[in-house]
Design a protein around this ligand. Structure first.
Ligand SMILES: Cc1cc2nc3c(=O)[nH]c(=O)nc-3n(C[C@H](O)[C@H](O)[C@H](O)COP(=O)(O)OP(=O)(O)OC[C@H]3O[C@@H](n4cnc5c(N)ncnc54)[C@H](O)[C@@H]3O)c2cc1C
Length: 315
């Protein structure tokens, strides 16, 4: 039987980074995932790649601020270009009624130590000439950015292996092995796995797997988020944009294509890992995007995908 001190179930960005950090610190780690890298339609393989500190719930903000220092050195540490760019992010507002909430959030985040400010219409126009004149203000955080999510996730699991973690792909964890109250391992498609500590980082499947071991987790809400990429355009946006109240995020990749995230959701079935794009919903998200950046009118969408995001109930 395979055994390890720590068994990490799920090699998305969370599990892979935990495996890497534990292995680097000398732990004996086994990382198991039901899929092959990249992680397909689960979250890390389909993320929009935004590296964002603003707009988070309060307890996350100090962690997010600290993580930016880590991101700056991560490519060197992991030995892979993860396409990390730190050119800032602006949350745009078009409805003057939302301005008090924008100012209050920025004040709270500044008090928590984040470098962020409100940019009013004229200054915003100078900073972001591609954005529609309907935008009246935005919250600008210069240290937000974006990275390539698949590369980042893969970089963590490869670096974990270099630190002697063992990785089992195509290994579906189906249940737990127990000794009384203690979990002593897992039952998996690759056979039984023994461990002293089990870390469950299976994204949207986490609470389902936990329930098989009679562990109830107060989670999750699930979302089926659609992503689109446009044909290449001339360079016009270095920052990441989000549009408050419209759920859209937007960035321009180094190749010139715009990456459109969020907006109207698709649908799927988490138990079967099934996801479906909804063309009508994609059209609505594309229309919203054109309202934010008018120069994108008529630019074709060349690729789309969907991923499953899951949240703890308290976010
Ligand atoms: C479309 C989309 C866009 C997003 N955009 C952003 C963004 O811009 N910025 C941001 O910060 N976040 C974004 N997110 C959220 C972010 O992607 C997630 O928070 C993050 O990827 C979660 O990682 P994870 O490792 O917890 O889960 P996952 O990436 O879902 O990984 C879970 C892993 O567990 C494995 N697994 C599941 N069941 C089993 C089993 N039975 N046995 C073994 N392995 C199993 C899966 O194969 C998978 O590899 C986005 C999410 C989506 C879906």
């Amino acid at each position: 039987m395979r055994s390890a001190d720590v068994l990490v179930v799920g090699a998305g960005v969370i599990g892979a980074s935990i495996a890497y950090n534990l292995a680097r610190d000398g732990a004996d780690v086994l990382l198991a995932d039901r899929a092959q890298p990249p992680a397909g339609s689960t979250a890390s393989g389909s993320s929009a790649g935004g590296v964002r500190q603003q707009g988070r719930v309060a307890p996350e903000i100090p962690l997010a601020i600290e993580s930016i220092a880590m991101w700056a050195g991560l490519a060197d540490e992991l030995g892979m270009d993860i396409h990390y760019h730190c050119h800032g992010m602006t949350f745009c507002v078009d409805d003057p009624r939302l301005l008090p909430a924008l100012h209050a959030r920025v004040a709270r985040e500044r008090a928590a130590g984040l470098e962020i400010r409100v940019v009013e219409a004229d200054a915003l126009r100078r900073m972001l000439p591609c954005v529609s004149p309907r935008i009246v203000a935005g919250s600008y955080c210069p240290t937000d950015g974006h990275a390539d999510p698949m590369r980042t996730t893969r970089a963590f699991s490869l670096a974990a292996e270099r630190h002697r973690a063992r990785v089992l792909w195509d290994c579906d964890v189906r249940g737990f092995r127990r000794d009384g109250d203690r979990i002593t391992g897992a039952e998996a498609s690759a056979g039984p796995l023994a461990c002293r500590t089990l870390v469950l980082t299976a994204g949207a499947a986490t609470h389902r797997i936990a329930a098989r071991g009679s562990v109830a987790l107060p989670m999750l809400r699930e979302g089926f988020l659609q992503m689109m990429v446009t044909a290449p355009c001339p360079p016009m946006l270095r920052q990441v944009l989000a549009w408050v109240g419209h759920g859209i995020s937007l960035k321009q990749a180094p190749s010139g294509g715009f990456v459109i995230g969020g907006g109207w959701p698709g649908r799927g079935d988490v138990d079967r890992y099934e996801t479906h794009l909804i063309p009508g919903a994609m059209a609505k998200s594309a229309g919203t995007t054109v309202n934010l950046v008018p120069a994108l009118a008529g630019v074709p969408v060349v690729r789309a995908w969907i991923g499953i995001e899951s949240y703890a109930r308290d976010e």
